[in-house]
Design a protein around this ligand. Structure first.
Ligand SMILES: Nc1ncnc2c1ncn2[C@@H]1O[C@H](COP(=O)(O)OP(=O)(O)OP(=O)(O)O)[C@@H](O)[C@H]1O
Ligand code: SF4
Ligand SMILES: [Mg+2]
Length: 327
């Protein structure tokens, strides 16, 4: 189980700190997938990278909080212990597998490099073949010697998933792993990830800007806006009855099957605030149809029917201003 508490992360530039993630707390239970959703720039990747302790000076700084994996605070581990955890307990699936795989390294070797050299070679080979086959790479034995450019994007993503799973991690972090793929391949990769989650009882942190994808895959969702969690809870609850005006806007932006063109997406008018050191009041206020004087004070997360929401008017039913349509 992954437990993130009060995480605060800043990027550093020109002797200034801009806080990209503030006071973020949520759990990823064992055997469950949690979707981290929100618009571009909301801080999803920053949270994912912070769990792996990949944000450090001079780029950025994890200023506060804790990240516990099965009770152990990863932020307090020595560098050596953290490297061991990263290679053993955490698997990472990137957004663009074709860019993440070394073009000069054969497919089999990519997976082999994550396995312990103490395992006999023939045993490693058998393990890699069986893993790749279980992930939908047919005739894997004959394809171990292929290079990434000989594989399609979907096949490369299967190899990246095999690399993430080979050492039997407890936690898998996937950052937009299907965004670069066509819709059919996206669906089969999502099904595959879900099957692996069940089979291996994995905790999975799944980053996506697409609430429809989260709806398909995740048992829980955490909605981020401008670096903060604004709503979190069981996926069905959050999506069927969003309490925060921003979540309502995101849900309203999910393309419906009745839309004339699948390529047609609804946009939320306005822009989120830029990362800053300090913040006063609700960050969504300039875009919120319900904004009032009370919103000049920052709302905190409060429990409401099993869901946590940071909004003074949580649950007030009113159509948000999600009307602009763009191509
Ligand atoms: N290396 C960096 N240096 C400075 N600021 C950064 C850096 N990386 C991200 N940021 C800023 O931090 C904020 C959060 O970015 P992040 O990449 O975590 O968002 P995201 O939700 O993953 O967005 P996307 O959906 O576009 O991937 C943004 O305002 C972004 O501009
Ligand atoms: S606190 Fe106010 S401004 Fe913020 S989302 Fe709720 S109603 Fe809108
Ligand atoms: Mg990102």
């Amino acid at each position: 189980m992954l437990q993130i508490e009060n995480l605060r992360v800043a990027y550093l530039h020109d002797n200034r700190r801009s806080v990209a993630v503030r006071d973020v707390s949520f759990d990823v239970p064992t055997g469950a997938t949690v979707g981290l959703v929100g618009e571009s720039g909301s801080g999803k990747t920053t949270v994912a990278l912070s769990v792996m302790r990949l944000i450090r000076p001079p780029i950025g700084d994890i200023e506060a909080g804790s990240v516990r994996l099965d009770g152990v605070d990863l932020l307090k581990l020595s560098n050596k212990a953290m490297r061991t955890t990263l290679h053993g307990d955490i698997g990472y699936i990137p957004q663009d597998p074709t860019a993440a795989l070394d073009p000069l390294c054969k497919i089999g070797r990519h997976v082999d490099e994550t396995l312990s050299p103490k395992i006999p070679k023939a045993e490693r080979r058998a393990l890699i073949i069986s893993l790749l086959e279980s992930l939908g790479v047919r005739n894997a034995a004959t394809r171990l010697g292929s290079y990434p450019h000989e594989f399609s994007g979907g096949m490369c993503q299967r190899v990246a998933i095999a690399t993430a799973l080979a050492r039997g991690p407890k936690l898998v972090i996937a950052d937009e792993p299907t965004t670069a793929l066509d819709v059919t391949t996206q669906l089969s990769i999502l099904r595959l990830l879900d099957a692996q989650r069940r089979e291996r009882n994995l905790s999975m942190l799944f980053v996506t800007h697409d609430l429809a994808v989260a709806q398909m895959l995740c048992q829980y969702v955490v909605v981020m806006y401008a670096g903060e969690v604004v709503e979190k809870g069981p996926t069905a609850e959050v999506i069927q009855r969003p309490r925060h005006p921003y979540t309502r806007a995101l849900v309203g932006a999910i393309p419906q099957p009745t839309d004339k063109s699948r390529a047609r997406l609804r946009a939320i008018p306005g822009q989120p605030p830029a990362p800053a050191q300090d913040r006063v009041g609700c960050p969504f206020a300039p875009r919120c149809p319900l904004a009032a004087d009370a919103c000049k004070v920052m709302p905190e997360l409060k429990e409401l029917d099993g869901v946590e929401v940071a909004c003074w008017k949580a649950g007030v039913e009113e159509e948000p201003r999600v009307v602009a349509e763009t191509r």
